[in-house]
Write a new protein. Structure first.
Length: 378
């Protein structure tokens, strides 16, 4: 008889990296385990969500999973109801996706309602420990939210370290984000479009917030254009900041002919259109743990230029699958771009990325969950 796993986290109809990740977790486990997804009926109250919509507006969802939409992040009665549904399912392991302290009370409430019978069966997948823009209240809510975990699964060594004193004597397992090769990759060759050697198309993809360093990247563009005047930068994704600040910076730096900004949510069916145009995907982040954007780039077999912050550098083979530069430095980003232009004459980035994909720890996550269940029930 298959062991049972209850997953608590967002999936379709919600959008974003967390929903995409939990969808992949479900499908990675469903062959070996009996898996049930407990989804949100309310994720964020609309007043707290900075974007236009929390929902996936794509014409076609990516590998949607069956789910029970029961968790309301601000309704304690739903937490009790969720625990009741989980008890009826009677799983061998209850798995929470943790990425934001806002969900601390709801996660704690569900765990509390599950009772002592599940006290050794609660795993928290920690995408982040403290949010990228964390405050004192975030630390307090994190401590509450993770209090009843019996074990943790981190997605980078940086996150494992961030757990610090919070983990106490609880075990920390480790995996990583999957490679997201799910955006129309039935015919991957159509996405391997490389500019002529004298040109370069760079891509900044995903929602925009200050910690992602788009302003630093824009300030590097005049330096890049001095030596590679035909270079182009595509900025694609919805801005959670005031987009006017970036438009003003583009104008002030005289970049209007070299920079294209697409300020909106990009549905699944359009993602490949932008990655197809890119020679290099740039992540100029000020801080990070890991990034789904990097793993989407690898899904399209595109090299990356990342800053040496958080766990980003863990997932880049220097000068093989991408390049690593220091953060907060337009000059360092520009030099990284010039290094890439030179390297792509001799380095087979595409085949290096293929090799890297084969070593991705997420490929063995089902085996890891077997181990976790065995150790939590021993």
């Amino acid at each position: 008889m298959k062991k049972k796993i209850a997953l608590i986290g967002p999936c379709f109809p919600y959008r974003g990296g967390n929903a995409l990740f939990m969808t992949h977790v479900f499908h990675a486990l469903e062959e070996r385990f009996e898996v049930k997804m407990f989804n949100y009926s309310l994720l964020y109250p609309s007043l707290l969500f900075p974007g236009t919509s929390q929902y996936d507006l794509s014409k076609k969802a990516i590998n949607p999973v069956p789910s029970v939409r029961v968790v309301n992040s601000i309704n304690p009665f739903s937490w009790i109801r969720t625990a009741r549904y989980i008890k009826v399912f009677n799983p061998d392991l209850v798995v929470f996706d943790w990425w934001n302290p806002f969900f601390g009370p709801s996660h704690y409430g569900i765990c509390l309602a599950l009772g002592s019978g599940f006290s050794k069966k609660i795993l928290f997948i920690t995408e982040n420990v403290i949010s990228h823009e964390g405050r004192f209240i975030d630390r307090f809510l994190t401590k509450i939210g993770l209090k009843r975990a019996s074990a943790f699964l981190s997605l980078s060594s940086v996150v494992a370290k961030d757990l610090g004193s919070l983990k106490k004597k609880r075990k920390v397992y480790q995996s990583e984000l999957p490679v997201y090769d799910c955006y129309g990759m039935n015919h991957p060759d159509e996405f391997v479009v490389q500019s002529p050697r004298e040109h370069l198309t760079m891509l900044f993809f995903g929602y925009i917030r200050r910690y992602k360093g788009l302003d630093v990247l824009l300030k590097s563009m005049p330096l890049i254009l001095e030596r590679a005047p035909d270079s182009k930068l595509l900025i694609v994704g919805e801005s959670y900041d005031d987009p006017n600040q970036y438009a003003s910076l583009i104008a002030d730096l005289g970049l209007s002919d070299s920079v294209t900004m697409v300020d909106r949510f990009i549905p699944n069916e359009e993602v490949g259109d932008y990655y197809a145009k890119a020679d290099l995907v740039i992540l100029p982040y000020r801080e990070a743990t890991q990034s789904g954007i990097l793993n989407i780039a690898y899904g399209f077999e595109k090299p990356v230029l990342v800053t040496n912050v958080g766990g980003l550098a863990e997932f880049v083979d220097e000068e093989k699958t991408g390049l690593i530069v220091e953060p907060e430095s337009p000059h360092a980003l520009a030099e990284g771009v010039f290094r890439f232009l030179k390297l792509r004459e001799t380095v087979d980035f595409r085949n290096n990325i293929k090799a890297r994909i084969q070593t991705n720890q997420f490929n063995r996550i089902a085996e890891l969950f077997e181990t976790i269940i065995g150790e939590t029930t021993a």
